[in-house]
Write a protein that binds this ligand. Structure first.
Ligand SMILES: Cc1cc2nc3c(=O)[nH]c(=O)nc-3n(C[C@H](O)[C@H](O)[C@H](O)COP(=O)(O)OP(=O)(O)OC[C@H]3O[C@@H](n4cnc5c(N)ncnc54)[C@H](O)[C@@H]3O)c2cc1C
Length: 475
């Protein structure tokens, strides 16, 4: 976005095509092969890993295959609770149409406004309500995948199969490097009887993490559960326009006294949790009761439904702030990781400290935003999501500095036991850590799959791995 604002146009696709059906995709692929063109599939264009960037050294004509017109629900199966849709359908449309028929797909990434079913599958996406409905790999039942060697599809649409390694798992996360997802069957769920928000405040982030750890142990996580650190809590409250925020109520002397004097909270340490409960009314009541009880053990104080709703919805809006910030010289983005429970707290602290240190070292002259939240919980660990931003006024190479700090932060994440990505994927941004993540044998296997299914490297977006002989390869 910065480069575009400054008129620095990188290598862009030479041609855009809009297939309307799987048949069109097959024809375009055949034409591209015979004319020696490259193809990059695009869904909603919400990738935050440079997955859609055209490799600078690609000499062939690059076709952007835009899936926007393949946006229909094909059928809904009420008996088996499945839905078949074209891959270009955008999340909010899919959800709106399912809701109208009494169902939900339960997949709610913060990018639901623009991201597509095909994009979710090809990036191994994770929704904010995954605790109840699962990640995209849990929701996917079946798909059609068009490759240069033909179409992949299983003969049956069954809930599970023991028939060797799961080919769907190869396609999930393939990031447009192997072919095009044209249609998918996913699970659907009857709309929940009740949807309710909740919130808590905790004296420190550490207490909040301990609360989450216990929730995961007891497996009582509601549909969504998020813990924001003090910086994000303050930022969220500062963005609020109504006067009924925690922040505002803290200003009223009675509430302030209750939280700070009676409960011993410090305003510059406290953090917040937001919850979304979905299910049958008695189920939701029970979840809420258990969470309230548990929160008390960790010094948590219930913050009410309104604050929960605001906190949950805030992240949908926050993305828009990035572009607004740019008008004032602010560069900001997010990155995420997954980490075992025993390392969550240290990783969060270390990465935030490193960001501040590196920014200072690299000449950033203003205070830096380094903030995190725990967004998804698992039996063995959690997903941690960072926001990082700084005012680049006075710097000639703000973008370069941003990249350096983010790379250092990623190295720190890995040193602290985290992964290169929980749900944003690899693209080209995190490719440098693929070898250390998987090891040489696994990378060899990925290369073998690529050269078997796409020997001419038609799907040339150069995500995930370098292909021997391709122009961008360092091998
Ligand atoms: C504000 C914001 C919030 C976000 N929140 C979340 C979140 O909560 N959870 C999450 O998981 N991610 C999130 N993301 C990241 C992003 O939305 C996901 O990676 C999403 O799954 C990408 O979908 P898309 O349709 O936009 O794909 P695109 O960005 O268009 O493409 C992503 C990759 O998939 C390939 N691709 C797309 N469609 C197809 C297809 N039909 N066949 C083959 N390959 C294809 C592309 O070639 C590319 O490599 C967020 C991004 C933003 C900007």
């Amino acid at each position: 976005m910065i480069n575009l604002r400054h008129g620095k146009i990188p290598r862009i696709p030479d041609l855009v095509v809009w297939p309307k059906s799987e048949k069109d995709v097959v024809s375009i692929l055949e034409a591209a092969q015979s004319a020696h063109c490259a193809i990059i599939p695009i869904g909603g264009g919400t990738s935050v890993s440079s997955a859609l960037a055209v490799p600078e050294l690609e000499k062939r004509c690059v076709i952007s295959m835009d899936m926007a017109l393949m946006d229909r629900i094909i059928w809904i199966d009420r008996n088996n609770l499945t839905c078949r849709a074209q891959a270009g359908i955008i999340g909010q449309k899919l959800e709106r149409e399912l809701n109208a028929k009494g169902f939900t797909c339960g997949h709610e990434p913060d990018s639901i406004e623009f991201s597509t079913l095909g994009g979710w599958i090809s990036t191994r996406a994770s929704g904010m309500k995954k605790n109840k409905y699962g990640n995209i790999e849990d929701l996917l039942v079946h798909l059609n995948f068009v490759s240069t060697k033909g179409t992949i599809q299983r003969q049956c649409q069954v809930p599970r199969i023991s028939a060797g390694p799961d080919i769907l798992q190869v396609i999930l996360g393939s990031e447009g490097t192997l072919g095009v997802i044209t249609e998918a069957t996913i699970k659907i769920f009857p709309l929940p009887q009740v949807k309710k928000y909740g919130s808590f405040v905790f004296p420190t982030f550490e207490r909040g993490v301990e609360f989450f750890r216990e929730i995961a142990k007891l497996r009582i996580q509601p549909a969504s559960l998020r813990l924001v650190d003090n910086e994000q809590f303050i930022m969220g409250q500062a963005l609020k326009t109504e006067d009924n925020s925690w922040w505002h109520s803290l200003k009223s002397s009675l509430s302030k006294m209750y939280i700070t004097k009676w409960k011993g909270f410090s305003v510059d340490q406290m953090c917040a949790v937001t919850c979304v409960y979905e299910g049958q009314s008695d189920e939701v009541d029970e979840q809420e009761r258990r969470l309230n009880e548990l929160a008390e053990k960790f010094q948590g104080v219930a913050g009410g439904e309104e604050n929960g709703k605001y906190g949950y919805r805030l992240t949908f809006a926050i993305a828009y702030l990035r572009d607004l910030g740019m008008n004032y010289g602010v560069l900001g983005e997010s990155f995420e990781t997954s980490v075992p429970w025993d390392k969550v707290f240290t990783l969060c602290n270390n990465v935030k400290q490193l960001i501040r240190r590196e920014a200072k070292k690299l000449g950033v002259q203003y205070p830096v935003l380094a903030s995190c939240r725990v967004t998804q919980v698992y039996d063995t660990g959690a997903c941690v999501y960072f926001y990082f931003g700084f005012n680049s006024r006075g710097l000639t190479n703000g973008l370069e500095i941003y990249d350096k700090i983010e790379t250092a932060a990623r190295d720190e994440i890995i040193a602290c036991g985290g992964s290169i990505s929980h749900h944003h994927g690899v693209g080209k941004l995190r490719k440098q850590w693929m070898l250390s993540t998987h090891g040489a044998v696994s990378i060899g296997l990925l290369k073998a799959i690529k050269s078997e299914i796409d020997p001419a490297n038609v799907f040339a977006n150069a995500n995930l791995i370098d292909i021997i002989g391709s122009p961008h390869s360092k091998l």
